[in-house]
Design a protein around this ligand. Sequence first.
Ligand code: NAP
Length: 374
Amino acid sequence: MMVSRLDINVKDGTTMKAAVLEAFGAPLSVRAVPDPQLGTGEVLVDVAAGGVLPYAAEVFNGQRRYLLRPPVIPGPGAVGRVRALGPDATRLAPGDWVLCDPTIRSRDDALAPDVTLQGWTARGQGGLRLQTYLGHGSFAEQVLVPTENAIPLGPIDPTEAGRWTVLNVCLVPYGGLLAANLGAGETALISGSTGTFGSAGVAVALAMGAACVIAPGRNQEVLADLRHRFGSRVRTVQLCGDEDTDRESMKRVAPGPIDVVLDLLPPSAGPTPVRAAAMTVREYGRVVLMGGVGLLGGDDLALPYPWLMRNSVTIRGQWMYPRHANTRLIELARSGLLDLQQFDITEFALDDANKAVTHAANDARRFSFTVIRP
Ligand SMILES: NC(=O)c1ccc[n+]([C@@H]2O[C@H](COP(=O)([O-])OP(=O)(O)OC[C@H]3O[C@@H](n4cnc5c(N)ncnc54)[C@H](OP(=O)(O)O)[C@@H]3O)[C@@H](O)[C@H]2O)c1
């Protein structure tokens, strides 16, 4: 039986400040909670910045039906400095800057570990069990993460800690593009390219060396902004909502066959635009599904069996990303291949956590990110 560390009522001992989701639908309450207690196999991190996703409000009001058990400190991922280490860390040292990966995997099944996204959601009952041990997220002065989830960032300018949390967003499409085995010189289509994760996906695909990124969307202004930011390697397509027309438009704008399609559309989009995009892929192409179709009910995605079979298409689902993606993406950013300066960062103090959540929802622009700086 796992020990529950979720009790955040102050009894005795030292305390820290955190934003607590007491119940779905309640505002976050910023209050004192017990300091996290370091165990073997863990790293205690002083949080410098934690990102607030545009749909955080929908998670906190219960609309997204995420597997999260209030009362809980929410917040998936962070940038901070190591405060203390367990005895099993061989390279990290107190004071090191780290990226905290919220993807926590159980350690007792190497092939199919249970997964919880710290301070956010979980996969199934196993993920929930893990959450009873390491469930609290980063909207706090300190966060406790498994040792392997504290990824060395190298020296950074402390005033730029918020900007580095953008890596927590970029890691999602990076996971999809790694799953698709995107190679330099290939053409990738990012379905949902005007959204939070999709637009990050455009930047990441270019950083990985895609010769061309096809960026479909419905809003002309937003598409123009993508072209303006990235130049001729990005080709935008305005969607009209008719599946066949949209599929042909996406194919037409591509300089050649489309090697990879990454879907990052939200649940509300339904399966039609997902299928329109997926079926632009070339023979022997790869399609990775990371979006939300079906997560809140509605029609499922149907793809024609003969098309899949005759064209030898690979379809793959992907949740999050492998551990090594963290280190690789940090290097893409450090080398300048992934330019984090593309992102506008708006910062809030921990006391203003609710304002940060509202701001993130109202400011759901591409390349704009809200962070809390405890
Ligand atoms: N698999 C994973 O590991 C993982 C991790 C994190 C998030 N996600 C998922 O990623 C998905 C995207 O999240 P997000 O926050 O980036 O979403 P988002 O910001 O809401 O953006 C999605 C984009 O979808 C487009 N869109 C919406 N309805 C459409 C339609 N009917 N036809 C065509 N385009 C449509 C919109 O573009 P236009 O208005 O310009 O058309 C919008 O910019 C979510 O489902 C989320 O759950 C997956």
